[in-house]
Design a binder for this molecule. Structure first.
Ligand SMILES: [Ca+2]
Ligand SMILES: [Ca+2]
Ligand SMILES: [Ca+2]
Length: 274
């Protein structure tokens, strides 16, 4: 049984290498890899809502600037809602919420005067970026490295029009119980986003993006005290490589290497099964 599985996997790999069918998933747009350090926290009693906002120039971020925003919607004095980007050299967005409720948002809208995602979005700040990069079956991907409680991460993607009335929304639900140091990849196909406002089609929004808001939403009681760490957010998609009728020398070398590795793998599996 195990040997048959190994042979099937090898056959699929050889098909890809021999040029009969070739496709690859590659990055489209890097939204944020969380390297440029930034930190905010609020700890006053809430309600009423207390919040803080800050923008920083960040070369690794789409549009060159990251607007960070923290909001506390319930909790006693001293209970923090805190967001830190790269606090200790790990290139992560780290959200820490004490026994309180709130949210952490990052807005990508270029350089502007207001970092509040409700009142201060420059809907044309990114100038019309194609989030699919022309790839097929494009999707949003994030890597989570820790999550205790779990909850929704909400994305609002604005078409590049000044009124901000054309947008699409989508949510990735982050599970709880993800141990520290994990690498959990979560994705959402762009075709599954929901149109908002007067947007005519998802294609028109995602190929002409003016701004993006990501909100880690821990305002609900079920998300009280949620802590989470995230490594990156980006869009990816599939590229079809032209199928070659006759394998080129480089492909033949790959084919040979594939065969050798298959034989080796099979030997390991067989010897392992004795
Ligand atoms: Ca901004
Ligand atoms: Ca802004
Ligand atoms: Ca990172």
């Amino acid at each position: 049984m195990r040997i048959r599985l190994a042979v099937t996997v090898c056959a699929a790999a050889l098909l890809l290498e021999s040029g009969i069918a070739r496709a690859a998933v590659i990055d489209a747009v890097i939204i944020d890899t969380f390297e440029t350090a930034q930190a905010l926290e609020v700890e006053d009693v809430s309600p009423p809502v207390v919040s803080a906002a800050h923008q920083i120039a960040a070369g690794e971020v789409v549009g060159g600037f990251r607007d960070l925003f923290v909001s506390k919607t319930a909790g006693d004095t001293g209970e923090r809602v805190r967001a830190r980007v790269n606090p200790s050299g790990l290139d992560l967005l780290r959200m820490t919420i004490d026994d309180a409720s709130g949210s952490v948002s990052t807005t990508y809208d270029g350089h502007d005067a207001d970092s509040n995602p409700v009142t201060g979005v420059n809907f044309t700040g990114l100038g019309g970026i194609d989030f699919t990069a022309g790839l097929l079956d494009a999707f949003l991907e994030m890597e989570v490295n820790f999550s205790d409680v779990g909850g929704p991460v909400r994305f609002t993607v604005f078409q590049n029009v000044a009124a901000g009335d054309k947008f699409a929304t989508g949510t990735i639900n982050v599970p709880g119980g993800i141990p520290s140091g994990s690498s959990v990849i979560l994705t959402k196909e762009l075709s599954t986003f929901v149109l908002g406002g007067t947007a005519a089609s998802l294609g028109e929004v995602f190929t002409n993006v003016g701004a993006l808001i990501m909100t880690i939403d821990a305002t609900a009681l079920a998300q009280q005290g949620w802590d989470m760490r995230m490594n990156y957010v980006k869009t990816r998609g599939t590229i079809d490589l032209p199928a070659a009728s006759i394998p080129e020398p480089a492909s033949l070398t790959l084919l040979g290497l594939g065969l050798l590795s298959c034989l080796g793998f099979r030997r390991v599996v067989m010897s392992g099964s004795v």
